[in-house]
Design a protein around this ligand. Structure first.
Ligand SMILES: Cc1cc2nc3c(=O)[nH]c(=O)nc-3n(C[C@H](O)[C@H](O)[C@H](O)COP(=O)(O)O)c2cc1C
Length: 415
């Protein structure tokens, strides 16, 4: 049900399907061999076509470095940076633009609604040699973003979507920096946008598209519908990265078999499992080898992560350890570690606290088979989709809508 009030359009978003796994009917071809080729993005080659999907609050350079060490040939994208915050030279936004010297491809994601502002942000990226690749966020389902026409709401307005891409591609292509777009299936199944958005991205010179195979209304609920990735692959000439519900290397193989995508993008599946990139690299190379860490191995990763985060926060251990807490919860997930120990980790304030708690764990514990490759992290459906007033009435923005939208940006408050 869609309602327009004075302030905004709201779609009531009940579970759109009773079938939480739309792939259940997909033909199963478990033995079909998978052949992966390097993906070219303009001057950049991604030898193993696996992408660390941008995740706000997660994919800063310490986490990217850890992931990249496991799978050195992929593409590791920074979390989204609000164009307006970058243009304003907000220190927190600038911190997110940092890359470690070891990072092979410096990949940065911009988010914005106003094409002129995103263009300015892209110009900063180019002029200050901040990145080798720019991704654009059209996938965010968060209400404070979509109610201002941003993220996954934006491709519905084809004029705005095209103009934004045009401006950013013009700035970046002059510097030989490839631009890609990350999209969802649409706002809901009555308002799908992915095929049109994919075509526009291709026409405007994007080097690739990543499709998170859910609608905004589906948020992170159920299982993504990989058949939509297959549809986009069939419709476009540029590479399509498939995204959604890759929890283990076999999921990556299955997605490629089912969709023919050129590569895969991994989000929640690598939270607390950065070695998933080694597993997928092996799987794509036809090797059955998988990383099977003990709790001791995982703790070594936690300590390394803690050290890198301390560098990221300029030596501020408290900030580093606060950032690390959610990662520790993910790293320990599935291990038989008691509630009081988990709580103690969540109360750590510095590196010494983390080391002390790690010292209390049994390093010989193995990862229990039953929790491997299972969904983790956000798994909710949206309750409602919030959009600007009258958003769904036409596919183009009106003058009034643009004026209302470009006044301020919802993500400013995020920094
Ligand atoms: C905590 C979190 C933060 C995210 N932040 C971003 C972001 O900054 N930019 C973006 O394009 N997608 C973001 N996403 C979406 C992911 O990149 C990915 O598309 C989504 O999680 C689906 O992939 P998955 O099933 O592998 O997790 C985020 C997802 C999560 C869970």
């Amino acid at each position: 049900m869609t309602q327009s009030t004075d302030a905004q359009t709201v779609i009531e978003a009940p579970h759109e399907t009773d079938n939480l796994d739309p792939r259940t009917d997909a033909p199963s071809r478990p033995d079909a061999p998978v052949t992966m080729n390097p993906v070219r993005l303009g001057p950049i080659t991604v030898p193993t076509p696996v992408v660390l999907s941008p995740m706000a609050g997660v994919t800063n350079w310490p986490f990217r470095v850890i992931c990249e060490d496991y799978g050195p040939d992929g593409l590791y994208v920074a979390e989204m940076i609000t164009a307006r915050a970058l243009v304003a030279r907000n220190p927190k936004a600038l911190r997110l633009c940092h890359f470690a010297p070891s990072e092979r491809i410096r990949s940065l994601q911009l988010y914005g609604v106003n094409p002129a502002i995103v263009e300015q942000a892209a110009r900063i990226v180019v002029d200050e040699h901040m990145a080798d690749h720019v991704d654009l966020n059209f996938g965010c389902p968060v209400p404070k973003v979509t109610r201002r026409g941003g993220g996954s709401a934006l491709p519905w307005k084809t004029d705005l979507f095209r103009e934004l891409l045009q401006r950013v591609v013009a700035v970046c292509s002059a510097a030989n920096i490839p631009v890609t777009a990350k999209i969802r299936v649409g706002i809901d199944h009555d308002h799908e946008t992915f095929l049109e958005a994919g075509h526009i991205a291709q026409e405007e010179g994007c080097a690739a598209v990543t499709l998170h195979a859910r609608t905004t209304a589906e948020y992170y609920g159920g299982h993504s519908d990989w058949s939509r990735i297959g549809e986009l692959v069939a419709a476009l000439d540029i590479p399509v990265f498939g995204n959604g519900d890759i929890w283990g290397a076999d999921d990556a193989l299955d997605m490629v078999r089912e969709t023919g995508c050129a590569g895969v993008a991994v989000g929640r599946g690598c939270q607390g499992r950065p070695w998933l990139f080694a597993d997928i690299k092996n799987a794509f190379a036809g090797s059955p080898e998988r990383v099977d860490p003990t709790l001791g191995d995982v703790c070594a990763v936690i300590l390394r992560h803690a050290g890198l985060l301390t560098e990221f926060y300029d030596g501020d251990e408290r900030m580093a350890v606060h950032d690390l807490r959610k990662h520790i919860a993910w790293y320990l997930k599935g291990f038989p570690v008691g509630g009081s120990t988990r709580k103690a980790f969540m109360e750590c304030e510095n590196l010494e606290d983390v080391r002390r708690e790690i010292g209390r764990l049994d390093p010989t514990l193995r990862f229990p088979e039953r929790v491997k490759d299972k969904p983790r992290g956000r798994v909710r459906f949206a309750k409602k989709v919030h959009l600007p007033y009258g958003w769904l009435e036409s596919r183009e923005t009106t003058h009034e809508q643009r004026e209302a939208l470009f006044g301020d940006d919802p993500m400013d408050a995020g920094y």
